[in-house]
Design a protein around this ligand. Structure first.
Ligand SMILES: [Zn+2]
Ligand SMILES: [Zn+2]
Length: 395
């Protein structure tokens, strides 16, 4: 049973009772109709079977005090059938998916947010009819799903590598608890809009065409609030602050989006909650870089160290490691410290990749210069023969 059913179906008529009927009257009428139409008493009568279903469905709502209240609220809020008429007028024959954004030219969720803080009529509808997602394609019917919520979190480099649990405070629009979103002072109800008589749309004639547009007096809602809810000042929405704890797994990367199913806004009227999407920013580290699960580090060494070899003690994210630079190591060589990168829960382990930068001193002492000149005299020139042919072309 969907919200749409609630708007389209007159459960009072189905049970043959008045809107003001007491719960006893409703129960009595249901029992009588259910007995009369029960399939056991009417074998083979499909009409009776249909009636029995209709009566049961109506009683499932009206027989439940809470559901009945919500049903009444929704019917009074949307006027009976007004939007269905509008949707057909907008070119959707009966049976086609109902999409209010077609009717009002809104962009679906994420579009103009008028009712909650400035008019968010589209929003209210997307909450009730589909929840979160976004406009466009046909959405699954069903009870009102809460909206998705987006949040951004900046993590320290090392927290992202190791994983971290952080409290996250969200401020997001939600349905007012005091008036349950209808904007009316408790004890009062919104009343039918005098301009559109509850239809939510007004019709304008131009030549042989007639155009339907949302009623300006009630912003298409079909009702107006005479005594405003003190909590939300009649908008039906309030900004709510929630704090929740979010676990960021080891190895979470900059730009990654983490989805926490069901941690978005609570569903409307018992519907499922939306999702929370957390966009992760990772602050850069002054020493380490990261490629996937590997950490990277540049380490300067002298020419002498590259030629003669050395042991290098370098930092890791949570300690140090000693790496052997063998004699005759070329510039740019990458050494690997196994297991010193991201350690994931599932057992995957990254490494620390150390790139050796051979640094050339800008100035040297006289002794060093003398030693280098001796060194140069003892060393064959670099192998550049493969360049000679090209060089000769231009000489
Ligand atoms: Zn309110
Ligand atoms: Zn109106």
């Amino acid at each position: 049973m969907s919200s749409k059913d609630w708007i389209e179906k007159d459960y009072y008529a189905a049970l043959g009772v008045d809107k003001s009927a007491s719960s006893d009257d409703i129960k009595k009428s249901y029992r009588k109709l259910a007995r009369e139409s029960h399939p056991d008493h009417n074998p083979g009568d499909t009409g009776a079977e249909e009636r029995f279903k209709t009566v049961s469905e109506a009683y499932a709502v009206l027989g439940d005090e809470k559901k009945r209240r919500e049903y009444d609220e929704m019917r009074s809020l949307f006027g009976s059938g007004a939007f269905r008429r509008g949707a057909r007028g907008a070119g959707q024959p009966g049976g086609a998916p109902f999409d209010v954004s077609d009717l009002f030219g809104g962009g679906g969720a994420g579009g103009a947010d008028t009712r909650f803080g400035g008019g968010g009529f589209t929003d209210l509808f997307s909450t009730i009819f589909s929840g979160g997602g976004g406009g466009g394609a046909a959405r699954p019917r069903g009870p009102a799903r809460g909206r998705d919520v987006e949040a951004e979190v900046a993590l320290d480099f090392s927290d992202a590598v190791r994983g971290v649990t952080l409290p996250l405070t969200l401020r997001a629009p939600g349905v007012c608890d005091t008036c349950h979103g209808n904007g009316a002072k408790p004890g009062t109800q919104p009343v039918a809009c005098p301009v559109c008589h509850g239809a939510g749309v007004t019709t304008r004639n131009q030549g042989s065409f007639s155009f339907s547009e949302p009623c300006r007096n009630c912003q298409g809602v079909g009702t107006i609030v005479e005594e405003k809810c003190p909590e939300c000042h009649g908008t039906g929405g309030v900004t709510k602050t929630r704090t929740l704890t979010v676990r960021f797994p080891a190895g979470v990367a900059d730009g990654q989006r983490i989805r926490l199913a069901g941690r978005g806004e609570p569903g409307e009227r018992g519907g499922p909650a939306g999702d929370l999407f957390v966009h992760v920013k990772v602050r850069p580290d002054e020493l380490f870089g990261r490629t996937g699960d590997d950490l990277t580090l540049n380490v300067p060494i002298t020419y002498a160290e590259a030629v003669l070899g050395t042991d290098l003690r370098v930092p890791t994210l949570d300690g140090t490691v000693t790496l052997r630079v063998p004699p005759g190591t070329p510039a740019g060589r990458v050494l690997r410290a196994r297991g010193k990168g991201v350690v994931r829960k599932d057992g995957r382990v990254g490494d620390l990749l150390v790139t050796l930068d051979v640094v050339v001193p800008a100035t040297v002492s006289d002794e060093a210069r003398a030693a280098l000149e001796t060194f140069a005299a003892q060393t064959p020139p670099a192998a550049r023969e493969h360049l000679e042919a090209r060089v000769r072309r231009f000489s």
